[in-house]
Ligand binder design. Sequence first.
Ligand SMILES: *[C@@H]1O[C@H](CO)[C@@H](O)[C@H](O)[C@H]1NC(C)=O
Ligand SMILES: *[C@@H]1O[C@H](CO)[C@@H](O)[C@H](O)[C@H]1NC(C)=O
Ligand SMILES: *[C@@H]1O[C@H](CO)[C@@H](O)[C@H](O)[C@H]1NC(C)=O
Length: 407
Amino acid sequence: MMKGVYAIPLFSLWFTLARGQAQEWQQCGGIGFTGSTTCVSGSVCSVINDYYSQCVPGTASSASASATSSAPTPSGSAPASAGPLRFAGVNIAGFDFGCNTDGSCTASGAWPPLLQYYGHDGAGQMQHFVNDDGFNVFRLPVGWQFLTNDVLTGTLDEDNFQEYDTLVQTCLATGASCIIDVHNYARWNGEIIGQGGPSNDIFASLWSNIASKYADNDQIIFGVMNEPHDIPDINLWAGSVQAAVTAIRQAGATTQLILLPGNDYTSAETFISNGSAAALGNVTNPDGGFTNLIFDVHKYLDSDNSGTHDDCVTNNIDDAFGPLATYLRANGRQAFNTETGGGNTDSCATYLCQQIAFVQQNSDVFLGYVGWAAGNFDPSYVLSEVPTDTNGVWNDTSLVTACLAPK
Ligand SMILES: *[C@@H]1O[C@H](CO)[C@@H](O)[C@H](O)[C@H]1NC(C)=O
Ligand SMILES: *[C@@H]1O[C@H](CO)[C@@H](O)[C@H](O)[C@H]1NC(C)=O
Ligand SMILES: *[C@@H]1O[C@H](CO)[C@@H](O)[C@H](O)[C@H]1NC(C)=O
């Protein structure tokens, strides 16, 4: 491992004074941290690891109260204090409803998260998230089958696409960036793209048609595919991703971000060990370069990384985001965590706040995070980030308030 040296930024004292006390569950210390090291009344600063101390409920006698970590020798994965994250956001789900992990979706299962289509008020949710919470990106999942009205083709069904585009335009109108996410798990009705299922040409034509609609809009981010898994040949999959990237660029979307998804539900933890990083690292722009080709990684915090439990057991730093940061830095690449989240519980507040703080400290290699999920989910959904609107006053779920909201 390489050894690095740590410099305390000159503005850290000013920053500390200017920011006042850290709120419950917020960071209050650790290597590279420049914010407040004192916690609001009713909470104390507890050392989690060298990189992270956090305000936890309690009084000085009930928790270790040191705000500074002992000075260890940072490793090659040491954070670079590279400034704020570029993106923080929320998934606005609904157009993906009816999709299963075998890539079987039905157009009729999609449920637009917009009032005019009898869904939730996705427009109001996004405006609230931007104006009140400081979010600046939304991911808008949609099933391939909805886009083509259940026909295996790359040709968009104009009526269905107009409905989806209504959500995209609503997102764009907030000023946020908007991720187009084809939510098909690398499949069409059980068969894998480029490996027995739809050909790469059909998949590329889908992306060509989508990209040509948004070629001139730099708020658009192209999410090539949601959560590939059980892919027999990762290099063949990288070839399918390459076909999509080439199609997007040739459609005129020459500069936007494109997200490259790996195997194992694009898990941040196995992105390197599963071979995804090496294979997808070969995907290039038409000019042979890698500009704005970003690894797409997901990670939940429950016991099996499934995002189905309301309690969290890990902050993913040592097993996932730490090693990934080291890899990205060594290879000159970046990643974007487009799905993460947990239940509205104290354990998830503890661990997700830690994860997000670590990602922030490594903002040179991580573009940001997108929580799962708001949109058309019922507020009782275990991972709900659906805000409630009472006469125009929006109220967030506790995990959004504690960890996800930038402000
Ligand atoms: C991808 O690139 C690596 C080198 O980084 C190379 O070893 C590997 O063979 C490449 N895979 C393909 C399918 O080109
Ligand atoms: C990648 O993960 C899958 C499970 O999703 C597993 O079957 C496969 O063996 C893994 N491949 C590597 C190279 O680790
Ligand atoms: C707002 O949501 C929180 C959970 O985040 C809840 O505890 C609180 O009661 C809600 N407030 C209102 C006014 O609904």
